[in-house]
Design a protein around this ligand. Structure first.
Ligand code: SF4
Length: 237
């Protein structure tokens, strides 16, 4: 049965899509990792749970192939509802307005996760799947230089959220003939889990202290590639 949207949704353009079909965050986040995707689809809107539609099943089946389960993740979408009957968000006239109206819901999940990570001595890692989620988490716009470099799987520090951010392709994109990129999704998810669980963020923190990975600075591909190799060694211990 679909959930009712909170009253705050009445101020949002998305209210015209109906006042039911709300999809709040799901999962206990005990791994220290928050997965952020774009928006709910019709299956999620009906069940009230993120990643339960076709793309969600594809996502978890691909992660299962590398022994990653849903358990332990916290999952939330940039939009906590389904964006209109056609599921369209990117480049739609309402894109920026609904994303900013929905921001307090995702921000509350992020703040809650940061607190849970502190209590459980985890390094807080956000895995953003797809460009919409990546832009939203880093607070960048379409023309940002960081979007012009290969950022898949590289840890980027978010001062705003006190979290390491990794990005990987959205499962819907992979399903549209891009399944050769599944390995990137699997590696990014593994890296998020190992960064939170095993590395305890020390390696990434040292890199941050040297100022090589900040959201406010242009990302150096060369340095990030170096970090990637070191992190693989650490995670493989
Ligand atoms: S986009 Fe977010 S704030 Fe707007 S109606 Fe949907 S759930 Fe509510």
């Amino acid at each position: 049965m679909s959930l009712l949207k909170p009253d705050s949704c009445r101020q949002c353009y998305g209210a015209c899509w109906g006042m039911s079909g709300y999809v709040p965050a799901d999962g206990d986040g005990s791994s220290g990792c928050l997965m952020v995707l774009e928006a709910a689809g019709s299956d999620e809107a009906a069940s009230g749970k993120p990643t339960t539609g076709k793309a969600g099943h594809y996502l978890w089946s691909q992660l299962k192939r590398v022994n990653i389960e849903r358990e332990g993740w916290r999952i939330h979408n940039v939009l906590s509802c389904q964006p209109g009957p056609k599921n369209l968000l990117a480049k739609m006239p309402y894109e920026h307005s609904v994303i900013s109206s929905c921001a307090p819901l995702l921000d509350a999940t992020i703040a809650d996760m940061r607190e849970r990570c502190k209590q459980n001595s985890k390094t807080f890692v956000i895995l953003a799947l797809g460009k919409i989620a990546f832009k939203r988490i880093l607070g960048i716009s379409e023309g940002s230089p960081i979007l012009k470099v290969d950022t898949y799987c590289y840890p980027i520090w978010s001062e705003q959220y006190g979290a390491w951010v990794l990005v990987a392709p959205h499962p819907s994109f992979l399903m549209r003939g891009n399944n050769h990129l599944v390995g990137i999704l699997q590696f990014a998810a593994k890296r998020a889990l190992s960064g939170s669980e095993y590395v305890s963020g020390k390696l990434w923190k040292r890199a941050r202290a040297r100022g090589v990975i900040e959201t406010t600075l242009p990302l150096s591909n060369r340095v990030a590639r170096g970090l990637l190799s070191v992190a693989i060694v650490i995670a493989g211990r």
